[in-house]
Design a protein around this ligand. Structure first.
Ligand code: UDP
Length: 353
């Protein structure tokens, strides 16, 4: 069977990571069935019920993407999707993802991210679909005990918010599922900090409300949507006192998913891979790089540390390189250039007209 005859179900399909994955999947000849509940997405004004992001994905790739509006907790709707399409595997990106909001609304986060995942897995099992990629996060490592973080690093200790807990809990559920039934093939992808956009600038991250993450915030300062960046903490034990993270271009991340799917050609059980660059940059380095890419000034002010933040996080992606034959091709300047292209062309995100 060629990848062209293989249908991948992508949950959270209208979102930032998933929409970039879908571009790469379509480019590789996979068929895509995307599902999203519009919790965080904008509708195409010409086609109600279809997301603007996926309309643009179709324009970028020149290929069609099947879409269903459904919530991960809606068993009936999910059953119908699995009955209608012959699904080869699932990439599960659907989740609520605002760290601060998760502290305010833990029940909503557990219901959506944990409950929704369980429901999806039950529906998939009943349909006999047992190939599953989970969109996890380096947040499961908590406060790093050593650097770079590899996949053997302990998980589940020192996670500081319900969002992170939901990612960890779903990992645990998937581990148990794999132990219970060897027919499952499961890949946990632990993302470091995805940034940037497709190089066309047509799709990108579109936060609702003020961004929580650094780079979307920086980009909004550049277009005047935010007055200034608050740099959270300048007294960390890092190169310039500001927090250090492993920023990964979202297109590299998306290609990591496509590389992961190739593993499904032979049964393997459960595998865990970091998707990162292995390189850490500070907040101030990111600001400087973005200034250079955009030609705009970025006003910033150093303020107190943000609760729950750790000084330095970066990962080793050596295992993904070895076993998935994947590695990052894009660097910091590409991340900033592509993020700027998206932000400049779409200062108000997808709703921009
Ligand atoms: N950060 C910041 N100002 C912001 C948002 C983030 O200084 O408005 C810092 C944050 O303290 C961390 C880094 O930028 O050191 C990355 O934060 P982000 O929220 O993007 O990712 P995460 O905390 O999940 O690694």
């Amino acid at each position: 069977m060629t990848s062209g005859s293989r249908t991948v179900l992508v949950t959270g399909g209208a979102g930032y990571i998933a929409s970039h994955c879908i571009v790469e999947l379509l480019n590789e000849g996979y068929q895509v069935v995307a599902v999203d509940n519009f919790a965080n997405a904008v509708e195409d004004p010409q086609a109600s019920g279809f997301p603007e992001s996926l309309k643009r994905v179709e324009q970028i790739t020149g290929k069609k993407c099947i879409f269903h509006k459904a919530d991960m907790n809606d068993t009936q709707a999910l059953n119908a999707i699995f009955q209608k399409h012959e699904i080869y595997c699932i990439i599960h990106c659907a989740a609520l993802k605002a760290v601060g909001e998760s502290v305010q609304k833990p029940l909503e986060y557990y219901k959506s991210n944990v409950g929704g995942s369980i429901n999806l897995l039950m529906v998939a099992r009943n349909a006999g679909v047992k190939r599953f990629v989970f969109s996890s996060s380096a947040t499961v490592y908590g406060n790093p005990q050593y650097l770079p973080i590899d996949e053997k690093h302990p998980v589940g200790v020192g996670i500081t918010n319900p969002y992170g807990q939901t990612k960890y809990m779903v990992e645990v559920i998937l581990q148990d599922l794999h132990k219970s039934d060897a027919a499952w093939d499961i890949i946990l992808l632990r993302y470091f900090n995805p940034v940037g956009s497709h190089e066309s600038g047509r799709i990108g991250e579109d936060p609702q409300g003020p961004p929580n993450n650094l780079m979307p915030f920086v980009a909004q300062v550049a277009v005047g949507r935010q007055p200034e960046l608050k740099v959270f903490g300048s007294d960390y034990d890092t190169k310039d006192g500001t927090g250090v993270r492993d920023y990964i271009h979202v297109v590299d991340l998306a290609k990591g998913h496509v590389a992961a799917l190739k593993k499904f050609e032979k049964s393997f059980g459960l595998k865990v891979y970091n998707l990162g660059t292995g390189q850490g940059y500070s907040v101030l380095e990111m600001v400087e790089a973005f200034k250079k890419a955009s030609g705009r000034d970025i006003q910033y002010r150093k303020v107190d540390r943000r609760g729950g933040d750790v000084p330095t996080v970066y990962g080793s992606a050596a295992l993904a390189e070895k076993e998935l034959n994947w590695k990052c091709e894009k660097g910091l300047d590409d991340m900033c250039r592509d993020l700027w292209r998206w932000q400049e062309q779409n200062p108000k995100g997808f709703a921009n007209k």
